[in-house]
Design a protein around this ligand. Sequence first.
Ligand SMILES: Nc1ncnc2c1ncn2[C@@H]1O[C@H](COP(=O)(O)OP(=O)(O)O)[C@@H](O)[C@H]1O
Ligand SMILES: [Mg+2]
Length: 279
Amino acid sequence: MTVQLDHQIAVRLEAVSKRYGDLLALDRVGLSVAPGEFVCLLGASGCGKSTLLSLVAGLDRPTAGQITTTGRRVAMMFQEPALFPWLTVSANVEMAMRELPRRERRARAEQFLEMVHLGGFGKKRPHELSGGMRQRVALARSLAQDADVLLMDEPFGALDAMTRDLLHDELERIWRERELSVLFVTHNVREAVRLGDRVVLLSSRPGKVVEEFPVRLARPRRTDSAEVATLAARITDQLKQEVARHAETSRPPTAHHAQTSLPPVAHRAETSGQTGVRS
Ligand SMILES: Nc1ncnc2c1ncn2[C@@H]1O[C@H](COP(=O)(O)OP(=O)(O)O)[C@@H](O)[C@H]1O
Ligand SMILES: [Mg+2]
């Protein structure tokens, strides 16, 4: 169990560094998420976002620094929903509640499926659902872990824009209803502004917090609204500067490299299948 150290903090990283051999992936990152806060972590591909989340989830250990999580449980959600294909949708959600009696598990799974607008789909298998529906199941499973801290690693990155918009609305509703603390990783600037109370910008290799942008726009926001676009443009400028700075300092400045270093649009299916829980 995590010791309750500070009631104003759901997640705190203090001077967290992570080294893989010669590669410094994260460099003294300081970051905190307050209870009930929605924080988006934004950065170019390879800057250490997934590394940071896996450290917070307890799937890996930092090389230096300290990570504190308070609250009941931390759940992690990846870009790929990682459902068991041979189990029904309901059984996939029930997996998160193995400590409960079977009948209660089933009833609660149905409640969580209703929460993500999948009531009545419990008997289906994952392959019978669309990509967006499968991500809803993954979200229901995270909620079923009784987590109040949700770590999300580009969870909607593989979805089409319309499905993503719908899931933004639903995630926002559930976040409010259940008073979750969310650390949401993305390289999509508009998505970060659509969802976050705060957007934290990470620099590239080594990943380091370079700037934080509070998002004071009224909710619910629309990804295609002028307000979101204006702030997203400001953040994108900063992100491009970071990427350009990195391109100048870390490698010979060839035209080819400068081009490929721009904020990415392609998605990498880079996450493993497991759901990480730390109590
Ligand atoms: N297990 C690992 N072993 C070695 N290098 C890794 C490992 N995980 C990530 N890296 C490296 O650390 C850097 C950050 O990776 P990652 O956290 O996946 O970035 P992001 O999620 O921002 O795209 C990359 O250069 C990546 O190649
Ligand atoms: Mg990643």
